[in-house]
Design a protein around this ligand. Sequence first.
Ligand SMILES: C[S@@+](CC[C@H](N)C(=O)[O-])C[C@H]1O[C@@H](n2cnc3c(N)ncnc32)[C@H](O)[C@@H]1O
Length: 434
Amino acid sequence: MDSNSDSEHSHSSGHGHSHSGGHSHDHGHAHGHGHSHEHGGCGGDHGDPDLAGAASNQGEDEAKALSEVIAAFLFYKQYTVNGGIYRRLHHLDNLSERHRSIISSVGTIDKIKNAEKLVRENQQFLLSLVHASTIDSMPDPTDSESGFKLWSKRFFEFREKSGKPPVADQHMDKVYSVLKQFVRDWSEEGKEEREQTYGPLLESLESEFAQVTPESRGDLRVLAPGAGLGRLAYEICCRGFSSQGNEFSFFMLFASNFILNSSEQVGQYTIYPFVHQFSNVVRAEDQLRAVQIPDVLPSKLPFPQSAEFSMTAGDFIEVYGGDEEKGQWDAVVTCFFMDTAKNVLDYLDVVWNVMKPGAVWINLGPLLWHFENVADESSIEFTRDEFVNVVKQFGFEWDEQQFKECVPASYTANGRGMLQYTYRSFMSVARKPR
Ligand SMILES: C[S@@+](CC[C@H](N)C(=O)[O-])C[C@H]1O[C@@H](n2cnc3c(N)ncnc32)[C@H](O)[C@@H]1O
């Protein structure tokens, strides 16, 4: 993750809307590790709008969280152009003639102006994304006549009252993260990153159930919590398993809903995910490059008939911690997820809860504890060795042979940038005793 810039645990519902069923990919409306850690923007983690927590005020909190996310998507261009592009151009205006002409001669000014155009194109994409996810009862926020004005009025009023700018910086970081998350999950360019992480997870899952043919795996239920934009859950289904992703960030949910349900063609959408990143760039073309998504058509891939694919919206603990989910799952697959917990023992309780006796839990990721530096939040940060010990104490059967101490993996990396982060992730396989 280039940045766990995102934070994502907080308010709202905690229910799980499961939009599942057969081969439909319906999954409701719509995470990070942040600059602080500059590793991957999975669009959400601490303190941004999501579907966790506060069961009281549920409706109100959820509506507020939803508004903040929609505002961030809608004000992307305004925020980025006013705050970033114009600021840069204005700064150049104040330079001496000599400096300006040198800067101009190497192409920097053209680059900034081109970036502005591409931000505008990104905005069109984001408008479609919001449009596809807004629910019927809301005014269409992308309708310039009614919707956008109404929404903008509401947001300005709301933020003005609180003395804050229309969109909080951390929310805009989420929007930038979502664009990069699309590259990770749904572009040709993301293939290498997916192979590093989803590759070993899928391989282990398939070898676990090697005795069952893909055609008859539909009865096997696999849960992928912290699903991000859904590619891992989708790949699990492509291998014949019935798979369910779970996600609580509205940013992620909007984006996954869009790509899963609104794509009609491979490469249908063009985005410019790296346009905001002016540092550590080798060539302007790298920063301004287009990325086409999706690289596969989620609706068209022929899943084996019996395999079902679904996504649930809500906090993992709240959606899966109850009795109705007890012993319902044959496998749990977690990728860059366990470190999003304030107290990972809570996650382990739920993983244990959902697993059938004999079920397997396959995990891969680093330990970038998302709440480590979040003010007023509790956080328990285990070392990897401590984590392994905790898992063993829970009663899981630890598969020593499949434990990999170091799986190099990047997260929403800009493969052409001068700065590259690689996590020395670990991979673990553990089973619930029969
Ligand atoms: C680092 S991202 C990884 C996303 C995806 N697994 C991948 O590898 O690209 C972690 C994801 O978990 C989600 N998440 C964090 N806490 C969660 C919770 N309590 N319930 C559900 N999702 C959560 C975040 O919103 C984010 O999308």
